[in-house]
Structure formats: structure tokens, C-alpha cells
Design a protein around this ligand. Structure first.
Ligand SMILES: [Mg+2]
Length: 291
């Protein structure tokens, strides 16, 4: 970093590696409601959702810009805590907050621009091929369940989001395609299918459903975990010849095979224990869907 926060613009020294650039917003009353998280957690979360997109391309976050919209009533200590939470999360991932902007607005809104670097191959959504094995990191459904409970007025906190940056870099060496699970596994796999012009099948019985989700929803937990979203785990398509190399990776987190990529028109099929397709009411989170 040649010029950090406080000047008209930040300046960084260019590197020879590909840069990855992404932006995302967290908006009060859209993505969260007042009181769902502490300001520091919200800062960490704002970093994590953007870092997840960089991880899904096989990169590591390096530089962050934050634009904050703040209601006039917000205490300064809360804003400080939010920014501190963001900076700490960034630093732990090897990134630096290098600038930003503050404006008064009707809601709290945090817009992050994150710049990352890809140490190796950049992995997109468009490389999946029929016969690829589908894997997902971590577990699914815990945050979706917490959001549903909080939205229903119950007490609780949003679970911390996973950091899959190191896993994304390792998986990028072997993957045909990769995406992070933000809108729901089925919906995000649908994005991969459309970008790659392939179909995909998920065996619901194989999904790594979070314990809390399994306990709360019983038989319905698998479909919920496949559609709820907010998991920020990595979904990856691995060609068969890379499976031995995959088994040798030291990922440091759970990795579960959940299905296959198939020939056909872009579509995602969720299969029950008998191998029959399950109809799902709704594909995942859509900002512009009618309630
Ligand atoms: Mg994404």
C-alpha cells in the first residue's frame, strides 16, 4: 500500500498476479434487522461475504474499501466497533482496509469493495463438465435457520460465517468450476449449470446438514439446507481424474461429495433416498422476487 486511508484515493503497488475485484452490500431491513448482530459482528460479516466471493475464484483478499451509510441516530461507538470488526477480519485474512466513505442515510448500509489476488488459476462458474463430482465445504443450513428464527421474532444471534480463503486456493488447483453458496445450494448450483451448460444432481441424503438444522427440522432439514442460503461455503466441481489429488489435500475443513454434473439442459435435480426427484417450493434468496 503506497497511500492508505485519509487521502483522496488509496494507492497500491501493482503485482504480476491476476487481480479479483468484487463488491457487495449489507443493508439494514434487507439483509439483517437492527439488533440481529453486534456492530463488530456486522463489520466481520461485511468482510466475510465479500471474501467468500474472492475465495470462490481461488483468490486471497488483499485490499478493501468500505462505504458506510449511517442513520443520524447511530452512536459513534457503534460505528467505530463496526469498522474495527471489519478491519480485524480483513487483517486476519491478509487484507487491509485502505479507504472508504461515510454518508448519512435512512438505514445502516455497508458497501464493500474487495480486491484480491489469485496465486494460481482463476476458477469460474463456467468450467463444469458432465461426470464432474460435486463437493461442498463445511455444513449447510445453520445460518438459514438462525435467520428464519430471528425473522420470526425469536432471540438469537447469527452464527459467524466461515472463512474459506485457504480452501478456495487449494481447491482451485483441481476444480473445473467453483462458486460460494450465498443464495442457497440449489440456486447457486443452478448458476454453475447455466454458466457451464450442464445439468446437475444432488443426493439430499449426502448433504452435510448442520446439527442445529437437523435437530430443529428433522426430515425437512435436507431440503431446507439445500435452499436456505447464507452458508458461504464453497461448492466445487472436480473432474474424476483429480479425485486422488483431492483426497491428498489438507483442507482443514469438512469436504463432502454431494452429487454429480450431468449432460443435459441447465437444471438442478434434488434426489431423495430412492433416487427420485424432490420438488422444491422455492429456489433460494432472490432480492427481486415478490413476497
Ligand atoms: Mg458469490
Amino acid at each position: 500500500v503506497l497511500v492508505g486511508p485519509g487521502d483522496d484515493a488509496a494507492a497500491v503497488r501493482p503485482t504480476r498476479r491476476p487481480l479479483l475485484l468484487t463488491t457487495d452490500s449489507l443493508i439494514e431491513s434487507v439483509h439483517f434487522r437492527h439488533g440481529w448482530t453486534s456492530p463488530a459482528d456486522l463489520g466481520r460479516r461485511a468482510f466475510a461475504v465479500n471474501a467468500s466471493d474472492i475465495a470462490a475464484m481461488g483468490g486471497a483478499p488483499r485490499y478493501a474499501l468500505v462505504a458506510l451509510e449511517i442513520p443520524g441516530r447511530a452512536p459513534v461507538a457503534e460505528i467505530d466497533a463496526l469498522v474495527a470488526g471489519f478491519s480485524t477480519a480483513a487483517r486476519r485474512s491478509g487484507a487491509r482496509l485502505i479507504g472508504g466513505n461515510l454518508a448519512r442515510g435512512p438505514h445502516l448500509a455497508i458497501t464493500v469493495t474487495l480486491i484480491g489476488e489469485a496465486p494460481g488459476r482463476v476458477v469460474t462458474r463456467s468450467g463444469a463438465r458432465p461426470g464432474d463430482h460435486l463437493f461442498v465445504t463445511g455444513a449447510l443450513g445453520a445460518t438459514g435457520l438462525a435467520v428464519r428464527r430471528l425473522a420470526a421474532g425469536r432471540r438469537g444471534r447469527l452464527p459467524a460465517l466461515p472463512n474459506r480463503v485457504s480452501q478456495g486456493i487449494l481447491l482451485a488447483r483441481l476444480a473445473h468450476a467453483m462458486i460460494d453458496v450465498s443464495d442457497g445450494l440449489a440456486q447457486d448450483l443452478g448458476h454453475v449449470c447455466r454458466a457451464s451448460s450442464v445439468a446437475a444432481e444432488i443426493e439430499l441424503a449426502r448433504l452435510p446438514v448442520a446439527t442445529a438444522c437437523r435437530r430443529a427440522l428433522g426430515e425437512r432439514a435436507e431440503v431446507f439446507a439445500a435452499t436456505a442460503g447464507e452458508d458461504y461455503e464453497l461448492l466445487v466441481a472436480i473432474p474424476p481424474h483429480q479425485l486422488p489429488a483431492l483426497a491428498r489435500l489438507r483442507l482443514g475443513c469438512r469436504l463432502t461429495e454431494i452429487g454429480r454434473v450431468a449432460r443435459g439442459r441447465p437444471a438442478v435435480r434434488l434426489l431423495d433416498r430412492a433416487g427420485l426427484p424432490v420438488r422444491v417450493p422455492r429456489g433460494g434468496f432472490d432480492h427481486f422476487a415478490r413476497a
